[in-house]
Design a binder for this molecule. Structure first.
Ligand code: FA5
Length: 344
């Protein structure tokens, strides 16, 4: 039996030496010191020996048990320390390496333009307000003198939210003009406000047309407002935004909710008015529609048109950076190409 214990010691100690991870160490513990382990079995068998033998073998076996337990504990501590060292080694950071450059964000050219436009009008005494993008047919069309089946509806190809069967009462607003009605419903004159926001049109895109773009609506209503106020305000706006050398032009246009109606255009910065792809060979780029608020629109919101008059305008925001920075295709704004966006 003593020989058997000697062999067990040699085997256990040599196996313990070769162990390099906590999983194998646990298996080793179970093998020798576990409930059914080799040494435990020897200890249980002591009862079958004579008193004399039991004394000698018992002493050796207990000594072996103490040796193995202390070996186990030392190995456990050594492996845990090693694990910690490995983790530190793996996660070590070389603080002397150069850092990653932090790329600094910037404003999208549309956002920048919206802010510039709003700040020009704020400095002229206009409030800045916002309105819903999903709009009722009533505000987008009906209240603006464009009833069902009116041919002017064709001017605004529409994304409907409700289906035809459900009555088609909701849509993605095709312009910011519905906010004229919402504003006047809520306030009494004098009104002076601009409304920046997204609008949607169900139409094919080209160098100057997107299906989603931004507009800024303007509205001023008070006693004695004239077409001269409209022209003065918009020409001053163009001078501040584009500089004194850019030419601006007013021409008659038709919008059912103004009378008379006009469009304002700026001379094309690419061809200086000679005609090119960007300006469709006209030499001018239209940036807004405008006019004097129609008396019927005023009546609809309980403003007396014999007392109050007003002007309104709606401008395409992307057309402004197109003109200012010499961009020749509006679709570049929303194609998410960083090479384009990083230039601003
Ligand atoms: C309107 O949307 C009227 N609500 C403007 C208005 C307001 C008139 C108040 C009178 C009084 P129009 O559809 O022309 O009008 O659009 C106004 C401007 O939006 C245009 O001058 C143009 O600059 C811009 N625009 C129109 N369609 C597009 C498009 N598909 N992509 C980019 N910009 C556009």
């Amino acid at each position: 039996m003593l020989k058997e214990l000697e062999e067990l010691k040699t085997k256990a100690v040599s196996e313990l030496d070769g162990i390099d991870n906590l999983g194998d160490l646990e298996k080793w513990r179970v093998r020798y010191l576990g409930r059914k382990g080799s040494l435990t079995t020897v200890l249980r068998g002591l009862g079958t020996l004579s008193v004399e033998e039991r004394r000698t073998v018992g002493a050796v076996a207990n000594e072996l048990k103490a040796t193995l337990e202390s070996g186990l504990q030392q190995k456990q501590e050594a492996l845990k320390t090693q694990n910690l060292v490995d983790t530190i080694e793996q996660t070590r950071i070389d603080v002397t390496l150069p850092g990653y450059p932090v790329s600094i964000g910037r404003l999208h050219p549309t956002t920048r333009t919206l802010r510039e436009v709003c700040s020009v009008f704020s400095s002229m005494g206009f409030q800045v307000v916002e309105g819903p993008e999903v709009e009722w047919d009533y505000y987008n069309f009906e209240a603006l003198n464009i009833p069902q089946d009116h041919p002017a509806r064709d001017m605004w190809a529409t994304f409907w939210v409700d289906t035809e069967g459900a009555g088609r009462s909701r849509l993605l607003r095709t312009h910011t003009s519905p906010m004229q009605i919402r504003l006047m419903e809520k306030t009494r004159p004098p009104v002076r406000a601009v409304v920046p926001g997204k609008v949607y049109r169900y139409e094919a895109t080209d160098a100057t047309h997107e299906f989603m773009f931004y507009q800024v609506e303007g509205l001023a209503v008070d006693k004695g407002i004239t077409m001269g106020d409209l022209k003065g305000t918009l020409f001053e706006f163009a001078r501040r935004l584009f500089g004194a050398e850019r030419k601006a032009r007013f021409r008659c246009d038709y919008f059912p909710f103004v009378e008379p109606g006009v469009e304002m255009a700026i001379d094309c910065f690419v061809c200086q008015g000679a005609g090119c792809r960007l300006c469709s060979n006209t030499g001018w780029i239209e940036i807004l529609g405008a006019g004097m608020v129609h008396p019927d629109v005023l009546r609809r919101v309980d403003y007396d048109p014999d007392v109050y008059t007003g002007f309104a305008f709606g401008m395409g925001v992307e057309r402004i950076p197109l003109l200012k920075y010499g961009i020749d295709d509006i679709r570049l704004f929303y194609s998410n190409d960083l090479r384009f966006l990083k230039q601003f």
